[in-house]
Design a protein around this ligand. Structure first.
Ligand code: UD1
Ligand code: MG
Length: 423
């Protein structure tokens, strides 16, 4: 956040310390009723159609998915759809409360214009996280599995995600130093690691079997370490590929769509019930993630009327790490994360302190032209601007989301060509 005061310790929220100025995203009426600009539902309709139609088509028409499993997935989709509307309704309410607590940020990429002076409510990811958890918990009553191990792992996954939401929100309120922030997911992932009863083996790629001498390698405890590191990577890598209106949620929903398509394709092309279970597990968490995130995106798309906060970025990263782990497709997940890996590699010199790391590593905004120019800070956003020239914030965000989609498409092509040869 650009500026934030600590909340006071009183149990009741204080009235706003100063009136919120007349602005195009938020305004105060004489009776102090706070209004947020309406959600951009047209944009969300287009984005969700682009992202969800292939998944639903594959599930309902293309593959012959067994009826019970398909019903479970569709019930989950229905609950997620309700979650979308609940999130949409709750965001303006929560935005009023966080502003009262002085949790807001200034839009850095609009600095020097009237929009850059507006207090934008922060940490609205908390609404997404809470609605997601409610949907995921209610869904347990509708799932037709009789496998008790399933429930244990499902609840452990929810405990980890819930713990991460809490730590993300603590970070938003207290603004913890980023080195501490880096380590938080390793604590949040503990419930999952403790309950994990799945395999700890990796399949050695066929070309390497001759060298390793094994087809399957049991990593034992090291596998759990790998799972923990994956969670640390996913959460932080989304949090540092951020700072443009819509980018945090945009990258999440594009990746979530790819995860869903991958899961349905795997279910459709296998007859192994255990394999079905693992991928269905992923779908049950990814659909609510997708739906609730899209509702927040309706307010966070350019020009943002709310910010998502670290609550959202760490929640989204953790949820995707959890589904990758329990769905047993973490290598595929890492290819979906190619832009985040690139951004991470570019960031390493600043993250380890070899190069000075400012609080915000965002591009330079020129209020006269309305365009962003890349700075020397090591982020994908800056490198993209330096390679392809100045862009408006909205167009840059769309470019980066298309790049994310291309990384996912590349992953599908790679899997198609390597299938059989690689594993
Ligand atoms: C991470 C990045 C930081 C980047 C920031 C933006 C690292 C090590 N840290 O820090 O470089 O600047 O995310 O999210 O790479 N903001 C905008 N427009 C947006 C979204 C956010 O201006 O579309 C600004 C607002 O002032 C907001 C603040 O960023 O209040 C949120 O930053 P925060 O999430 O606290 O930053 P970090 O996660 O610590
Ligand atoms: Mg952040």
């Amino acid at each position: 956040m650009a500026r934030r005061k600590r909340p006071s310790r009183t149990s009741k929220p204080d009235p706003p310390s100063e009136p919120i100025s007349e602005q195009n995203t938020t305004r105060n009426t004489p009776d102090d009723v706070f209004h947020l600009s309406p959600p951009k539902l047209g944009t969300i309709f287009v984005i969700s159609t682009l992202l969800c139609s292939l998944h639903l088509y594959l599930l309902c028409f293309h593959y012959n998915v067994e009826t019970e499993l398909r019903s479970s997935i569709l019930i989950n989709a229905g609950l997620s759809f309700v979650g979308f509307f609940v999130t949409l309704k709750m965001i303006p309410v929560a935005a009023r409360y966080v502003l009262r607590r002085n949790m807001f940020g200034f839009d850095i990429n609009k600095r020097g214009t009237p929009q850059g002076e507006i207090k934008v409510p922060e940490s609205l990811g908390i609404v997404v996280g809470v609605v997601f958890l409610i949907v995921a918990i209610i869904f347990q009553y509708f799932n037709f599995t009789e496998d008790s191990n399933w429930l244990v792992e499902y609840n452990a996954a929810l405990a980890s995600i819930c713990f991460m939401i809490l730590l993300g929100f603590v970070d938003d309120v207290l603004d913890v130093p980023w080195r501490v922030k880096l380590a938080l997911p390793s604590f949040a992932t503990l419930p999952l690691l403790m309950a994990y009863a799945g395999h700890t083996t990796i399949v050695i790629p066929k070309p390497l079997v001759g060298y390793v001498g094994l087809e399957v390698l049991d990593l034992g405890r090291i596998y759990k370490l790998y799972m923990g590191l994956l969670a640390v990577f996913c959460t932080n890598s989304i949090n540092i590929h951020a700072g443009l209106n819509g980018l945090e949620i945009g990258q999440t929903v594009v990746t979530a769509a790819a995860i869903l398509i991958h899961n349905v394709m795997q279910i459709g092309s296998s007859t192994d019930p255990e394999y079905h279970q693992a991928h269905a597990f992923s779908i049950y968490l990814t659909q609510p993630l997708m739906a609730t995130s899209l509702a927040l995106l309706a307010f966070n798309w350019y020009p943002s009327s709310v910010f998502v906060g670290d609550t959202y970025t760490v929640f989204a990263g953790m949820t995707m790490a959890v589904v990758g782990i329990l769905g047993h497709f973490s290598e595929t997940l890492l290819i979906f994360f190619v832009p985040q890996i690139l951004n991470f590699v570019l960031s390493v010199p600043q993250l380890v302190g070899i190069v000075k790391c400012p609080r915000h590593r965002l591009p330079r905004f020129d209020p006269a032209t309305g365009l962003l120019t890349g700075t020397k800070d090591g982020t994908l956003v800056n490198v993209y601007l330096r390679l392809f020239g100045p862009k408006s914030e909205k167009s840059l965000c769309i470019h980066l989301l298309v790049f994310q989609a291309l990384a996912c498409a590349f992953c599908f092509v790679l899997r198609y060509f390597l299938a059989g040869w690689y594993k």
